[in-house]
Design a protein around this ligand. Structure first.
Ligand code: ADP
Length: 511
């Protein structure tokens, strides 16, 4: 019964539910583009398209020393950034854990903790005298700080913005609707600290700025980490909702934080599976961040865990792990995305060889007689089995090679869908900025630079095997190979710190 056609059909059907045809990728891009335009034209839309009030892109000649505080990911960081003016920088940083109690408690307590962390950092890292630190010297009594705050904020100036919603597991009370810069500055002032928060920047904007600083230019900053989001350089004329804002009077460009993680919150377009729906229902923000929940590190492990559990529980006969589970498999969020990454790395073994079965459902008939498995495949699956046993808490002999193949398949299927959808978001920016034309539509790009700079950050794009390659596959589908070839994806190293410093510099100059 284990290998009956019925069992095979269960796998094939799940596989099919996760597939994205070229037509659906192109259609999704069209819908994405539509949500971009809606977001640029007004407020309170899912795709928030938030003006950053950053009206230029650095070229690498900027100098100065600044503090940066980064809240929004798995860790909170405080750093001191020295911009050297030759596209390089130096940075000293300290990471601090943000407990669940802080994430979900009172906002004032959270912001006091941030201020205490900055205080602790300054005590253990007195400001440096590196060359180019004249900004600090000119105002010796006050240290200027840029805040990277990676949540949706309706920004009204470089140094102020109202918190719209929490995402990524945060839900601190009495924060929504308040100015995040004021919340932080009040905490500094309560402690009589000589620190002034002069700039507020989203991590995607920071990624764009820092990549522009080190690479001499950049069009899009994108994060694929705990969450996903992107910011790009837009013509102010296209930001219709800024029409009456003095910041728009002189035209030019402004960086827009898209908040693309909220694409299609209405869920009418994205191909949700029961595994996505289960995740969404039990999340702290049901029906919000629909796109992000299919893409980012916080969620992919959970989608995969839901698939694995459905197979463990399959009736009339379990299809995985002989019907057994472990504490990790049973716990919500118990399977981290990094485990999927480790499973895929184990399969590949670092040999960079072509990987059979990259994108098909497990072929159950191959496992009827494990002795007859291809030797190379068996070696790879043995490595996968060891990772699964270690990471999910099974004894090695409780995991069959067939189980290993099933976990490998589920991981790569969920990650592949994420990377293809990521390509839709990147492709949308290329089309919106005139660098590409949606497949099947008339017309030519209006911009044809030899290189299109994309600065990225996040563990998913940095470490997940084939993530960038698959994102590019999707880009070729939605904007064509000619455009995709010119896209230069580079790491926005220390993007949030350097970006915040560059923003603080702009704020101090404007003041
Ligand atoms: P953040 O976005 O919080 O600044 P990261 O970019 O490191 O930080 O993203 C953390 C997320 O990335 C976590 O959700 C984690 O599950 C996932 N992750 C961590 N390591 C890996 C890895 N090697 N491969 C894929 N995902 C990973």
């Amino acid at each position: 019964a284990h290998n009956t056609p019925d069992a095979q059909r269960i796998f094939d059907e799940i596989h099919h539910a996760f597939e994205l045809s070229s037509e659906s990728l192109i259609q999704l891009t069209g819908q994405f583009l539509h949500e971009f335009k809606v977001g640029l034209s007004g407020y309170n839309h899912a795709m928030a398209m938030i003006p950053s009030f950053v009206t230029g892109v650095p070229d690498g000649t900027e100098t100065g020393t600044f503090l940066a505080l980064d809240l929004g990911g798995t860790n909170m960081r405080v750093c001191e950034v020295v911009l050297k003016g030759d596209t390089t920088f130096s940075l000293r940083q300290q990471k601090y854990k943000v407990s669940d109690a802080l994430k979900t408690g009172e906002a004032a307590v959270l912001f006091d903790y941030l201020a205490d962390s900055v205080d602790a950092f300054l005590t253990s890292n007195p400001p440096s005298d590196a060359p180019g630190s004249h900004e600090l010297e000119s105002t010796p009594d006050v240290v200027h700080l840029g805040l990277t705050f990676s949540f949706p904020v309706e920004q009204t100036a470089l140094n102020s913005g109202k918190i719209l919603t929490w995402t990524k597991g945060f839900s601190a009370k009495h924060a929504i609707g308040n100015d995040v810069v004021k919340l932080l500055q009040d905490a500094f002032d309560r402690k009589h600290m000589h620190v002034k928060c002069v700039a507020l920047v989203n991590d995607t904007v920071g990624a764009l700025l820092s990549r522009a600083y080190t690479a001499g230019g950049c069009t899009l900053g994108a994060i694929f980490g705990t969450g996903t989001n992107g910011a790009y350089v837009e013509d102010i004329a296209n930001i219709k909702k800024l029409a009456n804002d003095p910041a728009a009077a002189n035209g030019g460009v402004m960086i827009v934080n898209t908040e693309w993680g909220a694409f299609n919150n209405s869920r009418s377009h994205l191909p949700s599976t029961p595994f996505d729906n289960a995740l969404d229902r039990l999340s702290i923000n049901p029906s919000f961040q629909a796109f992000e929940k299919m893409i980012s590190g916080m969620y992919l492990g959970e989608v995969t865990r839901n698939i694995l559990l459905s197979l463990v529980d399959a009736a009339p006969k379990s299809l995985l792990f002989g019907g057994k589970t472990t504490a990790a498999l049973n716990a919500q969020w118990g399977l981290d995305t990094s485990v999927m990454s480790a499973v895929e790395e184990a399969w590949e073994g670092g040999d960079g060889e072509a990987t059979p079965w990259q994108n098909t459902a497990p072929q159950l008939s191959l496992f009827e007689d494990v002795e007859k498995l291809d030797a190379n495949v068996a070696t790879r699956l043995n490595r996968v089995r060891d990772v699964i046993a270690k990471e999910l808490g099974f004894s090695v002999d409780a995991v069959s090679l067939r189980d290993a193949e099933i976990v490998r398949w589920a991981s790569s299927m969920v990650a592949r869908r994420a990377a293809l959808l990521s390509g839709v978001a990147v492709g949308t920016v290329l089309i919106q900025t005139g660098r590409g034309v949606l497949s099947g539509q008339e017309g030519q790009p209006t911009k044809n630079e030899p290189k299109i700079g994309v600065g990225v950050d996040g563990s998913l794009i940095q470490f997940y095997p084939h993530f960038e390659e698959t994102l590019r596959e999707s880009l070729r589908i939605v904007v064509g190979a000619d455009v995709e070839k010119r896209v230069e994806i580079g790491l926005a190293k220390d993007g949030s710190g350097v970006g915040a410093a560059l923003c603080a510099l702009q704020a101090v100059k404007q003041a």
